[in-house]
Ligand binder design. Structure first.
Ligand code: FAD
Ligand code: SF4
Length: 324
């Protein structure tokens, strides 16, 4: 491991002032420190941001949430308010990692965790995300858990965070600070598709610090489902964050976001549009799922994700509809 310095920031101004070229902000360290051990990340300086005053969840009178970036994943998942107003968010966080890791991990760090592509994590292998221009061995190699939507010749990796999939369905936005001031980014624009530059996962500029995540009120039943290779400690093969409002047998509103299928959480806009205003039936759910999946481009080993995603959409909408 290369030597590095450790600093602790007490204020946002401190944190952004301490950030230099080879600096990384340190949340719980559950991803960053692993990547440092593997040699994937080699910062000169870590700026610990866990003492910043962003460790609260505030509930607005309309049911919206403002979640501090240093809130631990466990505290977010067990929050009574979150479980009442946005149960899919609590369920998504609980579906990730393990109890010990969730106790340590922060909201900001969860959003910025890196892909679990095994080539990315192995510094003896080429990888355009880690070493731009070196190639993408996953494209023709081991790709059973790679993307089916929005991938490029440069990268076929998937985004790993369950929390981010729920936040995508919830139309959340991310508050960030830098020396230039503050900006608010809708989550839909926060993550990038790989295109010809997979080295960047998000649109964040160097030194930008996540301080809060804002979640509008939801007002309809919701749930998160995740299919994985074992019951815990495993990333999604495919996951879904769903919400559905049915009145008199007709879909009034719905949200569908998929995880494990793209370089960013995949919001199923096409399926949502097809469902609004039609009868809440299995046939309509199937039609909407098929329409969404028409734009999928599976790789050699991951065609199974198409029926898996289709079944997850239909099953989730059916069970949410039964509750209505
Ligand atoms: C065995 C294992 C299994 C896991 N399974 C899952 C899973 O199934 N689903 C899932 O979603 N996750 C899973 N995880 C990932 C886990 O959720 C993340 O490691 C964790 O959420 C990262 O949070 P952290 O605070 O520790 O981030 P860190 O490791 O501290 O940081 C991660 C990145 O975020 C940056 N960062 C941190 N805070 C900020 C901030 N406020 N502003 C800007 N940048 C910041 C860091 O510089 C770094 O680049 C798993 C992890 C492990 C080790
Ligand atoms: S899929 Fe992306 S992360 Fe994986 S080897 Fe290819 S470029 Fe690297």
């Amino acid at each position: 491991m290369r030597p590095f310095t450790y600093e602790r920031a007490d204020s946002v101004d401190d944190a952004v002032a301490l950030h230099g070229e080879q600096t990384r902000y340190l949340g719980g360290g559950t991803n960053l420190v692993d990547l440092m051990r593997l040699g994937v990340e080699q910062p000169d300086r870590l700026v610990d941001v866990t003492r910043l005053p962003y460790d609260q969840i505030t509930v607005a009178p309309d049911g919206g949430l403002l979640i501090g970036a240093t809130v631990r994943n466990s505290d977010l998942a067990v929050s009574w308010s979150v479980r009442q107003t946005h149960p899919l968010l609590s369920q998504a966080v609980l579906a990730g990692a393990s109890g010990q890791i969730r106790n340590q991990a922060t909201v900001g760090g969860n959003l910025l965790q890196r892909t679990r592509c095994s080539y990315f994590q192995d510094i003896t292998k080429p990888c355009n995300k880690r070493d731009p221009g070196s190639g993408c061995p996953a494209r023709k190699g081991e790709n059973h858990n790679m993307a089916i939507f929005g991938h490029s010749t440069a990268c076929v990796a998937t985004h790993p965070s369950d929390m981010a999939v729920a936040l995508a369905a919830l139309d959340a936005s991310v508050h960030v600070h830098s020396r230039e001031g503050k900006r608010v980014l809708p989550l839909s624009d926060f993550y990038r598709f790989p295109k010809d530059d997979p080295s960047r996962d998000t649109v964040l500029k160097p030194g930008e610090l996540i301080t809060e995540v804002e979640v509008p009120p939801l007002g309809m039943p919701s749930s998160y489902r995740k299919v994985r290779e074992r019951a815990s400690f495993a990333f999604a093969l495919v996951s879904i964050a769903g919400a559905l409002k049915v009145e008199d047998g007709v879909v009034q509103d719905c949200r569908i976001a998929l995880g494990g299928v793209a370089h960013k959480p995949w919001r199923a806009h096409r399926a949502e549009e097809m469902l609004r205003g039609v009868a809440a039936t299995k046939e309509n759910y199937l039609r909407a799922a098929d329409a969404e999946l028409e734009s999928a481009h599976p790789l050699r080993e991951n065609g199974y994700k198409i029926p898996l995603a289709r079944n997850l959409i239909v099953r989730t909408m059916l069970s949410l509809g039964e509750g209505a």
